[in-house]
Design a protein around this ligand. Structure first.
Ligand SMILES: Nc1ncnc2c1ncn2[C@@H]1O[C@H](COP(=O)(O)OP(=O)(O)OP(=O)(O)O)[C@@H](O)[C@H]1O
Ligand SMILES: [Mg+2]
Length: 660
């Protein structure tokens, strides 16, 4: 008895239907997913002419009997679900029984398959949906599907294909993604001339990132791991009168998050470097994207995006994957819980690790665009990539930031700088530890020569973390704008304005929560003339301004009178702050939610009340500022995303003086 069944019309009609195949990458996606669902441990993808001439995928999965192989090409024939109930908790990547018949109808297809427990396999040849040949075949267990001459019988669709390099870039991106989601599986991607990706199996996600993106990217990423229990199941329970006497509510299960988030210093101009996987399925999701952007709000500039690899695991019934014909979108049954969990987990990671920017990196760092690793599956999907799709393939694009051949040395030979922490009940991030330096440095006792290298801590350089801010001793100011300070880790330069801005910003937000923002009454109300649109905006923000210590009211049709101001703000700075808050173009203000308006006002007050550049500070004030900065949640960057403190590490200093 075969495994595959044709779904009843009633079930088939409940499946999100639409175009399955529109370019080579979508064929690769479907065949890869089938191989993964078949339990493969090795998957090889071969591409010729950007996939137009040939796409061949070989797996060592469960294979198919002859009956199953024939049935697999019927529409709605699947081994993965049986009934509409199964649609509520889909645990496989495929479930529609659509992919193989769709692919077979627009190409010449050859299938070789053999289940592990059968001596003979099957070879099938199909063209334009018609079976041309069925025969016995030998070969290893598993399945090989070769798709030739894509769209040979649908010239209109063939015309929409882009240049071979573009199509190959999409295929490469896609295979890369699946390789990231499945580190335990061996992936290979070959073009007619090159091995584009070779990723042997590894146990940790970090090792796979290293294989694909290389060491530099890995060093910029912070590992994340968190879990929480769902309070209840996302699927409604039967009403009490329908429950049996021995009814037990279903176990709601766990929501688990793992992955990597970039240090604030690594910024991208678009969101192409944000990868979201739900139950090992690559998806695009506005909700999760929003949670990620929120987590980085006021840590990186609003126009920049982080690099995030996010793996969410949850019971299959908590996520509906049957909402998009290409299966690239999902719907969470408990949306806000998932959103908040993602935001808090990332924020906690950033807060706990307090990653510091290196002085040397900051010199060369500027937000860069990344080419998308997410293929555009269809025009209706909306743009995910901010780059034109005619971009060069990632292999040639420096902006992509990943190498397609595994970097040397091979991962098994190197000691990776960190391990992914085991999941714990609360969001936890681990610091990246730099590996012990292999350069041996003579100890002070053994090398008394005055020119020899100073003693270096045995375990190498401490991680670049802002935890050590508290131990800083100020040396003085540079141009009355930057504080120079030292500790064991090296030399630090702190931007006095943005440091104070961060301190004030967090203070205002904290005090605002308890309605206790410090304010000062003005002896004389301060009058400010506004444009009509600013008056409208003022009307909507007056309450929030008041909660932030700024009491103001209309004074005639075009004027407002300020009666009290947040502590530290007066005169021209107060006026500039008000005008800045009311400067937002109307449309932006409309779409502003309260939370955004709140942080915008707090950031603006902090900016205008903060210590300025070109301001002399005595040692006591410098010490106070450094101590206050050390106590903030995010001493990494100011509310507008600029770095606050740069570290010129002890190691960099020694290197620059050629002592190591
Ligand atoms: N590489 C493979 N190894 C073993 N069985 C496979 C493989 N590819 C396909 N099959 C079998 O063929 C069936 C049909 O595959 P197809 O991709 O058309 O549908 P599906 O995976 O069930 O659903 P979807 O259309 O969502 O992908 C699968 O359910 C599976 O049983
Ligand atoms: Mg499938």
């Amino acid at each position: 008895m075969g495994r595959i069944r044709v779904l009843s019309d009633q079930v088939a009609n409940q499946i999100a239907a639409g175009e399955v195949v529109d370019r080579p990458a979508s064929v690769v996606k479907e065949l890869l997913e089938n191989a993964l669902d078949a339990g493969a441990t090795r998957i090889k993808v071969e591409i010729e002419a950007g996939g137009r001439r040939l796409i061949r995928i070989t797996d060592d999965g469960c294979g198919m009997s002859r009956d199953d192989a024939l049935l697999a090409f019927e529409r709605h024939a699947t081994s993965k679900i049986r009934s509409s109930d199964d649609l509520l908790s889909i645990a496989t990547l495929g479930f529609r029984g659509e992919a193989l018949p769709s692919i077979a109808s627009i190409a010449r297809l050859e299938l070789m398959t053999r289940p592990g427990d059968e001596a003979t396999g099957t070879r099938l040849e199909i063209a334009g949906g018609k079976i041309l040949e069925v025969a016995d075949a030998g070969g290893p267990h598993g399945t090989t599907i070769a798709v030739r001459d894509l769209f040979y019988n649908t010239p209109a669709r063939r015309k929409f294909l882009r240049a071979e390099t573009t199509e190959l870039a999409h295929v490469t991106a896609l295979v890369t993604h699946y390789a990231l989601a499945h580190p335990e599986i061996h992936f290979e991607l070959h073009s007619a001339t090159h091995a584009l990706l070779t990723a042997p199996p590894v146990t940790e996600a970090a090792d796979r990132i290293y294989q694909i993106f290389g060491r530099d990217t890995l060093d910029q990423l912070l590992p994340m791991a968190a879990e929480r229990r769902f309070d209840h199941s996302g699927i409604p329970e039967p009403p009490p009168w329908r429950r049996d006497a021995d009814y037990r509510p279903p176990d709601p299960g766990f929501l688990r998050l793992s992955g990597f988030a970039s240090r604030p210093a690594l910024q991208k101009l678009n969101r192409n470097s944000i990868y979201i996987f739900v139950n090992q399925r690559l998806i695009r999701d506005r909700l999760i994207l929003h949670a990620i952007v929120e987590a980085y709000r006021n840590i990186i500039p609003p126009t920049s995006f982080p690099v995030v690899l996010l793996f969410l695991e949850m019971p299959a019934h908590e996520v509906d994957v049957n909402v998009h014909p290409a299966k690239t979108e999902v719907r969470f049954r408990q949306q806000s819980l998932v959103h908040d969990f993602v935001r808090e987990s990332i924020r906690t990671t950033l807060m706990k690790t307090r990653p510091a920017a290196s002085f040397v990196d900051a010199l060369t760092a500027s937000p860069r665009a990344s080419s998308s690793l997410i293929p555009e599956i269809g025009p209706e999907d909306g743009p995910v990539s901010d780059l034109p799709s005619s971009q060069p393939p990632p292999a040639q694009s420096d902006a992509a930031g990943f190498t397609l051949a595994p970097p040397e040395p091979r991962p098994e030979e190197i000691h990776l700088p960190f391990a992914v922490p085991p999941a714990v009940p609360a969001p936890v991030g681990l610091e990246i530890r730099e590996p012990a330096d292999s350069v041996s440095i003579p100890s002070a006792a053994a090398s008394p020569h005055p020119c020899s290298a100073p003693a270096f801590p045995e375990d190498g350089e401490p991680p670049a973390s802002l935890h050590s801010l508290a131990s800083l001793k100020p040396l003085g100011q540079l141009r009355e704008s930057f504080i120079l300070a030292t500790n064991d880790e090296g030399l630090w330069i702190i931007d006095q304005h943005v440091a104070h801005e961060r301190v004030l910003f967090e203070k205002i937000l904290r005090e605002r929560q308890t309605e206790r923002v410090e304010r000062q009454r003005l002896l004389m109300p301060m009058l400010i003339d506004l444009l009509p649109q600013q008056m409208v905006l003022f009307a909507s923000l007056a309450g929030e301004l008041e909660r932030n210590g700024c009491e103001a009211e209309p004074f005639g049709p075009h004027t407002i009178a300020i009666k009290a101001a947040p502590a530290g703000l007066s005169g021209a700075a107060l006026e500039r702050m008000i005008l800045e808050v009311l400067e937002q173009p109307g449309a932006a203000a409309q779409s502003d939610n309260l939370e955004t308006a709140r942080t915008r006002i707090a950031a603006s007050i902090a900016c205008h009340a903060a210590i300025k550049v070109n301001m002399p500070l005595d040692p006591a004030r410098m010490e106070w500022l450094l101590a206050a900065l050390a106590r903030t949640d995010h001493p990494t960057s100011c509310p507008h995303g600029r770095p606050i403190a740069l570290r010129y590490s002890w190691k960099d200093i020694q290197r620059a003086f050629q002592r190591i």
